[in-house]
Design a protein around this ligand. Structure first.
Ligand SMILES: CC(C)(COP(=O)(O)OP(=O)(O)OC[C@H]1O[C@@H](n2cnc3c(N)ncnc32)[C@H](O)[C@@H]1OP(=O)(O)O)[C@@H](O)C(=O)NCCC(=O)NCCS
Length: 224
């Protein structure tokens, strides 16, 4: 098994163009094996992703180990992390997790207000997405951008997607909405705003007049 500690994960740039064919061949081999028929990307497509700083590559020295890219849809309202691939000899050692984490950070940096989403049938990707804060959603929460859905045309299950008017298929949709975080942070701030004056009041010594057992409880709380 390959030594995973030597593998480094980078945001790809023009230095990495020499890996494009190998990336494409590895994606194609994996999709044939899984029988999903996901289309091979063109050389130009992957090369443009690298030139635009929208791809992540993992290298073991000079050897290609893994890849993923980001794509924005619907006027940057949604971002998908796609084309995730790990070379077989590097699998099962947390490399996909590292690549996806980098792609997630890159997506948030480049498109801070976009919802980040993915479609997958794979348990590994579901696990990774959950750890990053994605939640399973219905297809109604995904982008309306026709070009995104055109990407499903080469999948063997495309007829299911069409039969259900694009409301469901065999893939699970998962999404991360940055608004959830804002809401959570806003709530935490609001709670902090309540706790600080309460602590001040407790420490002010003006708590007399409050009957036990509340008073005892307050004393205990004060001591902590
Ligand atoms: C899917 C793939 C990217 C996973 O890469 P990897 O480097 O082996 O994944 P990791 O080691 O980072 O594993 C991440 C998690 O998934 C689990 N996992 C990995 N492979 C798995 C598998 N085949 N089945 C079930 N769980 C799996 C790991 O145990 C780990 O879970 P944990 O956090 O509970 O320990 C890799 O197998 C691959 O390239 N497959 C072919 C292409 C593909 O399917 N791409 C995804 C398209 S949506």
């Amino acid at each position: 098994m390959a030594d995973i500690d030597k593998v480094k994960v980078f945001i790809a740039d023009e230095k990495h163009l020499k890996y494009v064919d190998e990336i494409n061949n590895t994606i194609q081999a994996a999709s044939e094996e899984r029988g999903t028929g996901i289309a091979r990307r063109t050389y130009d497509y992957i090369a443009t992703k690298m030139n635009e700083g929208k791809a992540v590559i993992a290298l073991d020295g000079e050897k290609f180990a893994g890849f993923c890219y980001i794509e924005s849809w619907g006027h940057n309202k949604h971002v998908a992390n796609s084309g995730l691939i790990v070379v077989p000899e590097y699998r099962g050692q947390g490399l996909a997790k590292r690549i996806k984490k980098k792609a997630f950070e890159l997506s948030r940096l480049r498109f801070p207000d976009a919802k980040i989403f993915g479609l997958t049938t794979g348990l590994a990707v579901m696990k990774i997405n959950s750890e990053l804060g994605y939640k399973p959603v219905t297809f109604s929460e995904l982008t309306e951008d026709q070009d995104f859905w055109k990407g499903c045309q080469s999948c063997v299950n495309y007829d299911i997607l069409m039969r259900t008017q694009r409301t469901k298929c065999l893939c699970t949709a998962m999404l991360f909405d940055p608004a959830w975080e804002k809401k959570k942070n806003g709530f935490a701030q609001k709670e902090r705003g309540k706790i600080i004056p309460f602590r001040k009041w407790l420490n002010s010594g003006q708590t007399s007049g409050y009957a036990s057992p509340l008073k005892t409880k307050l004393k205990l709380f004060k001591r902590q």
